[in-house]
Design a protein around this ligand. Structure first.
Ligand code: GLC
Ligand code: MG
Length: 580
């Protein structure tokens, strides 16, 4: 053990994952979960829109990269007011994406490659085009009670109905929409085309279980639960308190002006997921097969987020998404990234699996928010952490936000007219496969969203051929993640200076890995001996950011007691191992 006296500040956290004898049920614990935003991934039939068969034709991309599981955004029948997060039939495939045979073939091909497939469970709300909603409007039993209906509080002087309370929808405006037919308001926590289910109704709960069973039988390996924190609302429909008292007088409230104590994070959410989990466990017992996972999309505070892990006796999800790193923006300091990593690890219940997200279809791309160099080294760090890495399509080549003109916008946030300028289309631009027309995404003259102009050089094919491309670095990282050290080893982090950060992963009897990163704008020099915990005479470069100047498989001799100065260029990162 060498001295670590130069350590400006450092945190040591021991993290153990026990290697179990039969770990087929642990398939998800160190996986990369790759999000396919279907519409933007690969078009197979030339209509300009990505589809299921498109994914099937690209499965070897994942094999080549070492990615073991994919998560599909909704492909169910939908009017696409919220890109499929407005389902009008839960057990049918939308013709835009193909048909049920296409889905079955995809599952089959995924399994042939030893991969896993996770699908979206959007059960907080459906589309106002769903049969259930239409029947509910007409008060047909038992559907009359499937949604949350409320009488008007009164009528204003123009005869307009007044909503039951002050609840605001996530997409803006009142969460209540008047239905002239039923002469009542219905609740929608998202767009007005997305009525919320009454999840206290046993009939509705049973419908959800039927949906689960349907896709379980089709062979999926897991479910991403959409928007669970919005599942339940206060039974007394109390007004929510204002956070912004100034606006209280002037009006013009937005979602963030309220404290959502009556519309989010109600305890029944966890109870319902527990019920779904027990139901699925039962299916597993009777039908066999590997463990199906539940993951929760939870944008909430730390306590409520961690509650999604459940306990040994009260199972909730396998993990809630960790969105802590999504907010990283320039400048990124060693301290900041470390505190975000440690916040999750220290709050997580003992023995659970952490996970790391940087991007998804609701957030701007890291490359565009920070810089290409930053996004590279942030991803390099995340890939060497224990647990699950969530990857958004295109991240493996460092895709940027797309350029989208006003008249090209597809995502109007659930059709909320006033918010037209706030769109998530920038991060949804089509996948850049090669430098042919439309980046190889579609044979149609026009893709449903414009291809980002960077595609001529920023594409999979070109990066595959370059030895120090982003893709090549990423592929090296997926290989490292599959080592026992990265799967089961301890994590230790060291904050060397404002910008310099070191992560190490160790497992007795196996090589150690060090991620050395300079998040800052100047050259930094360290004496490696101060930070290396192993007795080793050689360190080998396992991968590096292209700007680091460190070459793959280059070896450094470490000679005690002479100083072993190690220079890190600005915004660069390198992974070293103790492999001789
Ligand atoms: C989730 C999805 C988002 C969608 C919302 C409503 O947050 O990620 O895209 O708009 O749920 O379903
Ligand atoms: Mg198509």
């Amino acid at each position: 053990m060498k001295l670590t006296s130069n350590l400006i500040s450092g945190i040591v956290i021991l993290f153990f994952v026990f290697v179990s004898a039969d770990d087929s049920n642990d398939w998800w614990k160190s996986s990369i979960l790759y999000e396919i935003f279907i519409r933007s991934f690969k078009d197979s039939d030339g209509d300009g829109t990505g589809d299921l068969n498109g994914i099937t034709t690209k499965l070897d991309h994942f094999v080549h990269l070492g990615i073991d599981s994919i998560y599909l955004t909704p492909f169910y029948k939908s009017p696409m007011d919220d890109m499929g997060y407005d389902v009008s039939n839960y057990t049918e495939v939308d013709p835009m994406f193909g048909n049920m045979n296409d889905f079955e073939r995809l599952v089959h091909e995924v399994e042939n490659r030893g991969m896993k497939i996770v699908i979206d469970l959007v059960i907080n709300h459906c589309s106002d085009n769903h049969e259930w909603f239409k029947k509910s409007v007409n008060k047909i039993k038992p559907y009359d009670e499937y949604f949350i209906w409320k009488d008007a509080k009164g009528f204003d002087k123009n005869g307009e109905p007044i909503p039951p309370n002050n609840w605001i929808s996530v997409f803006g405006g009142s969460a209540w929409e008047w239905n002239a037919n039923r002469k009542q308001f219905y609740l929608h926590q998202f767009g007005r085309q997305q009525p919320d289910f009454k999840l206290r109704n046993t009939n509705v709960k049973n419908e959800m279980k039927k949906i689960l069973e349907f896709w379980f039988v089709k062979g999926v390996h897991g479910f991403r639960i959409d928007a669970p924190k919005h599942f339940y609302e206060d039974e007394h429909f109390r007004d929510e308190p204002f956070l912004n008292t100034k606006k209280h007088k002037t009006g013009g409230f937005t979602y963030n002006d309220f404290n959502h104590i009556y519309t989010t994070d109600l305890w029944e959410t966890y109870e319902f997921i527990n019920e779904l989990r027990l139901f699925t466990d039962q299916l597993q017992k009777t039908r066999g097969g590997i463990e199906r996972i539940f993951v929760a999309e939870a944008y909430t505070d730390m306590n409520n987020t961690m509650a999604y892990y459940g306990t040994k006796h009260f199972k909730v999800t396998h993990y809630p998404f960790n969105f802590g790193l999504v907010s990283l923006e320039n400048p990124v300091t060693a301290n900041e990234i470390d505190s975000k990593i440690m916040k999750w690890i220290t709050n997580m219940p003992k023995g659970e699996t952490p996970n790391w997200n940087l991007e998804n279809h609701d957030h701007r791309r890291m490359n565009s928010k920070t810089s290409k160099e930053h996004a590279t080294i942030i991803l390099m760090n995340v890939m060497m952490l224990p647990g699950v890495v969530y990857l958004y399509y295109g991240q493996e080549i460092g895709m940027m936000n797309g350029l989208v003109r006003f008249d090209q916008i597809q995502d109007h946030l659930g059709g909320s007219e006033k918010k037209k300028f706030i769109t998530r289309d920038y991060e949804r631009s089509p996948m850049q496969w090669d430098d042919t027309m439309n980046a190889g995404f579609t044979s149609n003259l026009e893709a449903y969203l414009p291809i980002d102009p960077t595609y001529w050089k920023l594409n999979v094919e070109r990066q595959k051929a370059e030895h120090n491309s982003f893709y090549t670095m990423f592929k090296n990282l997926t290989r490292l993640r599959q080592t026992n050290t990265c799967k089961y080893g301890e994590l230790k982090t060291q904050i060397v200076s404002k910008w310099m950060y070191i992560i190490s992963r160790t497992l007795p009897g196996y090589p150690t890995y060090y991620v050395i990163t300079n998040f800052g704008p100047e050259y930094e020099t360290i004496d490696l001996l101060d930070y290396i915990v192993d007795d080793t005479s050689v360190l080998t470069v396992e991968t590096s950011s292209a700007n680091s100047g460190y070459i793959y498989k280059h070896k450094f001799k470490i000679d005690n007691p002479f100083p072993n100065l190690f220079v890190m260029k600005p915004f660069s990162g390198v992974v070293l191992s103790t492999i001789k």
